[in-house]
Write a protein that binds this ligand. Structure first.
Ligand SMILES: *[C@@H]1O[C@H](CO)[C@@H](O)[C@H](O)[C@H]1NC(C)=O
Ligand SMILES: *[C@@H]1O[C@H](CO)[C@@H](O)[C@H](O)[C@H]1NC(C)=O
Ligand SMILES: *[C@@H]1O[C@H](CO)[C@@H](O)[C@H](O)[C@H]1NC(C)=O
Ligand SMILES: *[C@@H]1O[C@H](CO)[C@@H](O)[C@H](O)[C@H]1NC(C)=O
Ligand SMILES: [Zn+2]
Length: 298
């Protein structure tokens, strides 16, 4: 009833005001026609409300936002290539077998695809310091855990230390000898997988260091494909070998098995303490800090 009277009103409006001499009026006529033909179809389109921009909190200043947007874009680039490498080579890729063993390819493709094309609603990056953790030395950021499951804080340190993806294989980086958070892109990949909307609590830490990841691929391939560090190592090595230095990459020296530590900055061997949770504040029960300042909350 209301609809038909609106219709006639609009048609009346269209005919009475349309004047061939006026382009502006003409445009109004077109708009009126569309309104009549599709009254409310836009509100039922399946993708209405989809979020495609990275959710960056208002606490990030201009500089931080610009850098975060670039780095998150790089994380997508990294994940996208990892996915495409698997789509191209399936499990015949040596890099694939190295990190994922005989696991089926569908799962890791899916975890990468979620970063590439998943909806960007349901998680948030912020730059303030709501939990006070950024004051702790070496902290580049942290997942907020039980304080805010869908939020990750990026601390100022990240902006001055994490390398851009185009520096792949530069600055002395090697896959075996450097941390997975050497590049902002892989650091953020790790942080994205902690967000329930992306990692679903399934991508987790089943193994950490490089040699442990290789072992996991042999002993528990079904965990390797959902191991945060295996996904990062795979993405980094595939990108280095396929894109940065094609056919060459920068794997680096094989890691000496067992607990031999990577040479420390002073050259003096130090005991490997990476796996021991270092107790920090009352969050210790659910969080642990890796020696490189990476924060993990369980
Ligand atoms: C690769 O996948 C094929 C097809 O599923 C399977 O037959 C083969 O055993 C797999 N190879 C390895 C090394 O996992
Ligand atoms: C991988 O190999 C193990 C041991 O040979 C086997 O039990 C398992 O079914 C294989 N997984 C796949 C996905 O082929
Ligand atoms: C959660 O908030 C409390 C109180 O501000 C803080 O002490 C704790 O460290 C926070 N937890 C995390 C994981 O940051
Ligand atoms: C934004 O915050 C960073 C700290 O992360 C600071 O170094 C920088 O000066 C700030 N930029 C502006 C434009 O205020
Ligand atoms: Zn973690």
């Amino acid at each position: 009833m209301a609809k038909s009277s609106l219709l006639s009103l609009l048609l009346f409006g269209a005919t009475s005001f349309a004047s061939p001499a006026s382009p502006l009026t003409k445009r109004e006529t077109v708009t009126v026609t569309q309104t009549i033909n599709s009254p409310s179809s836009t509100s039922s389109i399946w993708s209405t409300g989809a979020k495609t921009d990275f959710p960056i909190h208002s606490s990030c200043n201009h500089t931080e936002r610009a850098q975060l947007e670039r780095a998150l874009g790089e994380a997508v680039t990294l994940a996208k290539h990892a996915m495409e490498h698997i789509l191209r080579w399936r499990n015949s890729s040596e890099i694939y077998q190295k990190y994922f063993g005989n696991a089926s390819t569908g799962e890791p493709i899916g975890w990468f695809e979620k970063v590439v094309a998943g909806d960007r609603g349901g998680y948030l990056f912020r730059c303030d310091n709501p939990d006070g953790n950024c004051a702790q030395e070496g902290w580049g950021g942290h997942w907020r855990g039980s304080n805010a499951t869908d939020e990750t804080v990026i601390c100022p340190l990240s902006y001055s230390t994490r390398k851009p993806l185009e520096a792949m294989c530069g600055y002395g980086y090697t896959v075996t000898g450097s941390n997975t958070n050497f590049y902002f892109a892989s650091d953020l990949l790790h942080r994205l997988y902690h967000m329930p909307a992306i990692g679903e609590g399934t991508v987790e830490h089943y193994a950490g260091e490089y040699d442990e990841c290789l072992e996991l691929a042999e002993t528990h391939p079904e965990e390797a494909v959902r191991n945060s560090d295996s996904l990062q190592y795979f993405a980094l090595e595939a990108y280095a070998y396929d894109i940065a230095l094609p056919g060459e990459g920068c794997v680096g020296k094989p890691v000496v098995p067992s607990s031999t530590p990577v040479a420390s900055q002073t050259g003096v061997p130090t005991p490997t303490v990476t796996q021991a949770p270092s107790v920090t504040s009352e969050a210790a029960k659910e969080c642990h800090t890796h020696s490189d300042g990476t924060e993990h909350c369980l």
